[in-house]
Design a protein around this ligand. Structure first.
Ligand SMILES: C[S@@+](CC[C@H](N)C(=O)[O-])C[C@H]1O[C@@H](n2cnc3c(N)ncnc32)[C@H](O)[C@@H]1O
Length: 502
């Protein structure tokens, strides 16, 4: 049952959820909100949405306000989510933090902020058990917090179905879970792992962090801020920075970046993962300059901005494949590419790999900008590595040029570097929200990275853009299809992604 929301009801609910949890519901999520509210109307026995809103406004309605939050928050998560980050945690970040703590006081504090049903903090506990089987003499705390009472109850139960383990290696399943075949079959987290995690209810938007300043070594706040607006995210990231000790790490989700949000952290590339680090010494000496961009509503084309720190991998000259080897040879072909892991291309032969501990490189000079036509030519010829390099030069010279980020996103998608492409495509969309095709590419990349809910949102945004294209206009990017046809396809893909996620 879904009761439609009047404009006033939608506004009242949006205000309530925005102020109580920072959650943003734009028009594309109106239907989803109507669904959740209808469920609460049914459970509470209210006559209609207006009566339910009156109930929520009662001073003693805190339990119902919590139930509504439980209903509207998106719990999508799984064990070992975001493989590049897991590799970075396993091979670099956790060993380094343990080494540092060993030299200090053998105390390690990790915060899983927005832990949902617990898969993320338990994953960290598993990695720590692997690295440090004997924890005698250590004080290791993984504090996992969430606003959702329902999520926390499931987390404390530590019983999971197959779906939570889709990204878990069978060897890790054997090592860290007990198979319970009584009743509803489940995988139960082993006690020696579960005992490392403490769950608490905490609101990241309205409450201060449950830690003293500088107390935390690692914060994971992944796939939480995608539901917040920029101001809320900015304030939260400031608080996360304060809780971290010097040298501590912040992990965000695939689709999240601090670009245009915070200048407090240092971006570090570890293999295929981007992570952030608090680095007071570098800040104090001014060793690394950060890119600070003005608001996109006041771009100055000819202005030059500061130098963005670049990742080691990006500075190398990637070899140009002799023939098109990427996902698509033209932008239009992306549209016909099947979505899913099987669509991932293999990297071009000989493509350089980055050692997992490669430090972030710093550049201090700006190359000459590459003309946009050169980038397009390289893309059309299937020379994606070259196109990515040229587009990067453009983006360095003109950080506010949406096209440069967009074309780099296209090139990286074709190289199968979805995690890197996400960052560029999000920049492009931020600078020019009307870039419908960027939404489409972003959706595909998110889907392949297992971020089904975020992918659905991007497919819907792409559909909305496509619907605005007049029937007699056929942009080259659409590969000969009509905009209306593609909009329909995007909606179908959004529905499909939503069914598989959330
Ligand atoms: C998509 S899940 C992310 C789970 C996990 N971090 C991961 O990446 O797999 C987002 C979580 O953020 C939580 N959340 C949303 N708003 C919050 C807030 N204001 N305070 C605390 N948690 C919040 C939701 O309840 C939900 O469990």
């Amino acid at each position: 049952m879904r009761m439609p929301l009047s404009d006033d009801e939608f506004d009242a609910l949006r205000r309530l959820l925005g102020s109580s949890a920072g959650l943003v519901f734009d028009d594309s999520r109106r239907e989803a909100l109507a669904f959740c509210v209808s469920e609460r109307v049914r459970v509470t026995g209210c006559e209609n949405v207006a009566a339910y809103l009156r109930l929520l406004a009662q001073p003693d309605a805190e339990p119902e306000r919590q139930s509504l939050l439980d209903e509207v928050t998106i719990p999508e998560t799984h064990f070992f989510r975001n493989p590049p980050q897991i590799t970075a945690l396993r091979g670099h970040v956790l060993p380094q933090l343990l080494r540092d703590a060993g030299e200090r006081d053998r105390k390690l504090t990790i915060w899983s902020a927005g832990c949902s049903t617990g898969e993320e903090p338990y994953t960290i506990a598993m990695l720590l058990r692997e690295l440090l089987p004997l924890m005698h003499g250590w004080d290791i705390r993984i504090i996992a917090t969430d606003i959702s009472g329902r999520g926390l109850a499931a987390a404390r139960a530590a019983r999971y179905g197959e779906r939570s383990l889709v990204m878990t290696d069978p060897a890790d399943v054997n090592k860290f879970f007990i198979r319970d075949l009584e009743g509803e079959p489940a995988y139960v987290v082993r006690p020696e792992v579960a005992e490392l995690v403490e769950f608490r209810r905490h609101n990241l938007v309205t409450e201060p962090p449950p830690f003293a300043p500088g107390e935390v070594d690692l914060v994971l706040c992944r796939n939480v801020t995608i539901y917040f607006d920029r101001a809320t995210t900015r304030a939260l990231v400031g608080r996360l920075h304060d809780t971290l000790r010097d040298g501590g790490y912040l992990f965000l989700g695939h689709a999240e970046t601090l670009w245009q949000v915070s200048d407090d952290f240092h971006l570090v590339t570890l293999g295929d993962a981007f992570v952030y680090r608090r680095d007071d010494a570098a800040d104090a000496s001014g060793r690394e300059r950060r890119m600070v961009l003005p608001d996109r509503r006041a771009p100055g084309k000819s202005e030059r901005w500061g130098v963005e720190r670049r990742q080691g991998r990006e500075r190398r000259n990637l070899p140009t494949p002799s023939r098109p080897s990427g996902l698509v040879a033209t932008i239009g072909r992306v549209l016909t590419t099947p979505i899913g892991p099987s669509a991932r291309p293999t990297p071009p032969p000989g493509a350089p790999t980055v050692p997992p501990t490669a430090p972030p490189a710093v550049t201090t000079t700006q190359p000459e900008p590459a003309p946009i036509s050169q980038v397009r030519r390289a893309l059309a010829a299937g020379q994606y590595a070259e196109a990515a390099e040229l587009a990067e030069q453009m983006a360095q010279a003109e950080p506010l040029a949406a096209d440069a980020h967009y074309l780099r996103g296209v090139a990286l998608t074709n190289l199968g570097r979805d995690a890197d492409a996400l960052i560029e495509l999000r920049k492009a969309i931020y600078l020019d929200p009307g870039l419908g095709f960027a939404h489409f590419l972003l959706a595909g990349a998110l889907n392949r990275l297992g971020e089904a809910v975020a992918a659905a949102r991007s497919y819907r945004a792409a559909a909305e853009m496509l619907e605005r294209i007049p029937a007699d206009v056929a942009p080259e990017e659409l590969g000969g299809r009509s905009a209306a046809e593609l909009a329909r396809m995007c909606k179908e893909l959004a529905d499909r992604a939503e069914r598989h996620g959330g």
